[in-house]
Design a protein around this ligand. Structure first.
Ligand SMILES: [Zn+2]
Length: 238
């Protein structure tokens, strides 16, 4: 017997399969990451195709089969059209979805990741963002995602001597946190940060707090940190 389900979620990827099918990966509110197959969806006049545009927030119906889930209907809730019209924003949507697919494995509900995705899509759609700000947005999203997945950066105390960190310091990706200047002299590995409070701002809820930072520094922090995360190892992302 087939069981019928409903779910709401954000479409993170759409891969073509055979002649006219598409496999969608959706991050849902109630069941986490979900794959569903849209059968014959690429044939002209498919009603399903209308509701299933990439990066949209949708409500879907699907039946759970033995080997895969089959999409039965789709209702678009928000399609974030403004973001998709802008090339810079569209490429950010691809990066956000790419890093989520890279780091999130298995089917597990996670409300924080779901709301991070949804609120990020909304902000990307609404805010006016320069090229520099798009890069910072990607860091903001990625640091939050890593945090929710249990990869917490240590930014309050030095990862070596446990001394309190104030002002400038070095981000040590291998240790997953910051080192004070004294410890850096002994183990000179890391990325120089003018002020640790800038890094801390990336973990607050308001993205506007980080939009004046230097994207080169934080993209480097993200890239180096990812190289020590098992799920991302060996894959170039930034
Ligand atoms: Zn130290």
């Amino acid at each position: 017997m087939f069981t019928h389900h409903r779910a709401r979620g954000i479409i993170l990827s759409a891969r073509e399969k055979r002649d006219s099918d598409i496999i969608f990966t959706i991050f849902t509110e109630d069941i986490g990451k979900l794959e569903v197959i849209g059968r014959s969806i690429r044939k002209g006049g498919s009603k399903l195709a209308m509701g299933m545009s990439l990066f949209s927030f949708v409500e879907i119906g699907f039946v759970e089969g033995r080997t895969c889930n089959t999409l039965t209907d789709a209702v678009p809730i928000r399609d974030f059209r403004e973001a998709k019209k802008d090339l810079g924003k569209l490429s950010l949507l691809y990066r956000v979805s790419e890093i989520t697919l890279l780091l999130v494995h298995g089917q597990e509900k996670d409300e924080r990741i779901f709301s991070l995705l949804l609120s990020s899509m909304e902000k990307i759609n609404e805010l006016s963002l320069s090229r520099r700000e798009l890069k910072l947005f990607l860091c903001f999203f990625s640091f939050h995602l890593l945090y929710f997945l249990g990869y917490r950066m240590y930014t309050k105390k030095c990862v070596f001597c446990k001394g309190r960190i104030k002002g400038d310091c070095y981000f040590n990706p291998k240790e997953g946190g910051v080192a004070c200047k004294r410890c850096f002299k002994r183990k000179p590995s890391g990325i120089y940060l003018e002020d640790v409070s800038s890094l801390n701002s990336f973990f607050k809820s308001d993205v506007s707090e980080i939009l004046s930072e230097n994207p080169a520094v934080f993209l480097k922090v993200l890239d180096n940190y990812l190289s020590f995360i098992p799920e991302a190892k060996g894959k170039r992302f930034v």
